[in-house]
Design a protein around this ligand. Structure first.
Ligand SMILES: *Cc1c(COP(=O)(O)O)cnc(C)c1O
Length: 433
């Protein structure tokens, strides 16, 4: 299968090229040339299959031409070493819990899949070590570091701003060792990002070592997120609740919801989608006005969705050929202030005893407000509330227990390499690694 750029001026790429490059040279996002419809009997019987079996069928539709069946199966099964269950919250609303992976957020699925796919290409082609550079303000670094941990042929460098990430987040990528190196930059997130960008552009460095990024726009991180939409449908169907299903996705860069829309295109019978935003309401405004107007992001308590120019908008637009009427017939929007998010965490806890994280709270609230009679709602609970312990505890006035696997990170020894924000220093470090 080939991949084209949403800007339509780069040449087509193979899967391997698209995964290694991440972004097309015309700065567009890669799209698969074909989104295969899955057969009716797959959907008729889907409730009889396990999560891994379902995911393998979906993976074959995208990657089956490029990766042999046995290898692909192993990648999928290794990736999904944890469940993504649907849990009832109240009468007609269910939570698709995506926080049962190693770093307690949905990004684990894509990061683990991409790591295993890159590892696969490396083994096949016997190439030298691939170095993944990733700049993080907290969550991406932990998902990528843990996703790639122990994967042969790959070394990961996580660049993070000194003193600007929480202790829990920091422990998730500084205590791992093995093929993960944490680099503590004396600067802010933008300085980390700038170091990574300069590294990709430096000719001498790129002749010396092989560099790649693990950005969330990468097709190998983004497409596997479709897996859990199919599984959610299967698990709801098992209970006779899959007719008139509405899926609500707390959205920032819109990668997660776009994977769901790809599933819909493949025939997954979801009636409609809701994109729930925090106060960064660019997509919400696009749905209302038909005009896409990016603006600077600002900070909210659902900070993983603080995005002012969602990169995957280009994919949504391309998928529906820019037709605003089609887009609004499938997706509706919602936007919530920090106060509304706090209120929602509180009322959901009081009424249902269910603890939401600030991102999931946007999803739950949008379903509460927008579900029609006869519809069943599933929102994506994108992270475990313990990742936002202080915010959640003060909102619900109760304690949030930290799961063992999160507490385990905090017991480890921090190891990081101090770095200035000067590219010459970073380059010298990489040249001598
Ligand atoms: C990344 C993230 C989001 C936003 O997902 P997108 O794919 O960027 O829309 C939502 N919630 C959490 C907890 C996240 O980490």
């Amino acid at each position: 299968m080939h991949y084209y750029s949403t800007n339509h001026t780069s040449p087509l790429a193979t899967l391997r090229e698209a995964v290694v490059k991440g972004l097309a040279s015309d700065k567009g996002l890669y799209m698969p040339e074909e989104i295969k419809q899955l057969p009716n009997d797959f959907f008729d019987n889907i409730e009889h299959f396990s999560f891994q079996e379902i995911a393998f069928e979906v993976a074959k539709a995208f990657f089956g031409e490029d990766i042999e069946s046995d290898d692909l199966k192993k990648i999928v099964y290794d990736t999904l070493s944890f469940d993504c269950p649907v849990v009832k919250v109240c009468d007609n609303i269910w939570s698709l819990e995506l926080f049962h992976g190693p770093t307690l957020a949905f990004k684990d699925v894509g990061a683990r899949f991409m790591a295993r796919m890159l590892g696969h290409f490396n083994r096949k082609e016997g190439k030298e070590l691939v170095n993944v550079l990733v700049a993080t303000s907290g969550d991406t670094g932990s998902a990528v570091a843990n996703g790639f941990l122990g994967v042969e042929g790959i070394h990961v460098y996580v660049l993070y701003p000194k003193g600007k990430v929480s202790k829990i987040q920091e422990s998730q990528f500084t205590t791992l060792g093995q093929n993960i190196t944490a680099i503590e930059v004396d600067g802010v997130f933008d300085d980390c990002q700038a170091l990574v960008k300069s590294a990709f552009m430096d000719k001498e460095l790129n002749e010396h070592i092989r560099l790649t990024s693990a950005n969330s726009i990468n097709v190998a991180r983004f497409l596997p997120q479709a897996f859990y939409y199919f599984n959610a449908y299967a698990r709801m169907k098992e209970q006779g609740l899959a007719d008139n299903l509405v899926v609500c996705v707390p959205s920032g860069n819109f990668g997660n919801i776009t994977a769901g829309l790809f599933g819909h295109r493949m025939g997954l019978p979801i009636k409609r989608f809701i994109a729930a935003n925090n106060a960064n309401d660019i997509f919400y405004n696009f749905l209302k006005t038909g005009v896409y107007k990016p603006k600077p992001s600002f900070q909210t308590i659902a900070n993983a969705m603080d995005v002012g120019d969602p990169s995957n908008f280009a994919r949504v637009y391309d998928l529906y050929k820019g037709n605003h009427d089609t887009i609004t017939s499938i997706i509706s929007g919602a936007t919530y202030s920090d106060n509304q998010i706090r209120e929602t965490m509180k009322s959901c806890f009081t009424e249902n005893g269910y603890i939401l994280d600030p991102h999931g709270a946007c999803g739950y609230r949008a379903l509460k407000e927008q579900l029609l009679p006869g519809e069943t709602g599933v929102f994506l609970e994108t992270a475990h509330p313990a990742k936002f312990k202080d915010t959640v505890e003060s909102a619900i006035n109760s304690t949030v227990t930290i799961p063992d696997r999160l507490a385990e990170f905090m017991k480890g020894t921090k190891r990081s390499i101090p770095m200035t924000k000067n590219f010459a220093n970073f380059k010298e470090f990489l040249m001598n690694e």
